[in-house]
Design a protein around this ligand. Sequence first.
Ligand SMILES: Cc1cc2nc3c(=O)[nH]c(=O)nc-3n(C[C@H](O)[C@H](O)[C@H](O)COP(=O)(O)O)c2cc1C
Length: 202
Amino acid sequence: MILGISGSPRKKATEFVLSKALEMMSEKGYETKLFTVRGKQINFCQHCDYCLRNKECRIKDDMYELYDLLEKARGIVIATPVYNGGVSAQTKAVMDRCRALVAKDYDFFRGKIGMAIAVGGDRVGGQELAIQQIVTFYILNGIIPVSGGSFGANLGATFWSKDTLEGVMSDEEGFRSLRKTVKRFLDVLMRYEGRLGDNGKR
Ligand SMILES: Cc1cc2nc3c(=O)[nH]c(=O)nc-3n(C[C@H](O)[C@H](O)[C@H](O)COP(=O)(O)O)c2cc1C
């Protein structure tokens, strides 16, 4: 299963482009699932270290739904709105709360494939900085990060929403960057799993 995580509190641009990305993947035969932080209770990591001792998070909130999905995911797509030149606080809270999974199993994320989508209200509003934060999360947890490559999708998919759903829908360059990134993401997923010979069961 490929898991998409929307880090936007709204049902607007970020969730829309993430659903489009997952649609492209399901058209290629992949099972997908979209998780959104919208309307969910996801608290900040408290750094209480309970997870290091007890192998689970002390905060019993909606993050537990995501923990289960992350376990099943072969591929992860994190989509964030750009807030102050970086990821949204919701996206950051999700990434920080993943510490509990790594406390339980140091290799929890190892070998999963990851890509990132950032949606900013401005044309150059920090999309690549936001993606860089997500890619850093991937790298430090052993997730293999994939971009769409040069000529349009250097670090991943980047969108200019002009702060509206209509704006993002008409961002053709953004969708080009998304198609390029999804293509490479699926290619790497397929090659990697083919090499592992696990028939995509992860
Ligand atoms: C607190 C806050 C900070 C923002 N900071 C930026 C920013 O630094 N750069 C940018 O391009 N857009 C910024 N925006 C605009 C959003 O990224 C943009 O409206 C985006 O489409 C929101 O995603 P959504 O439609 O999924 O909610 C900010 C919005 C908010 C609420």
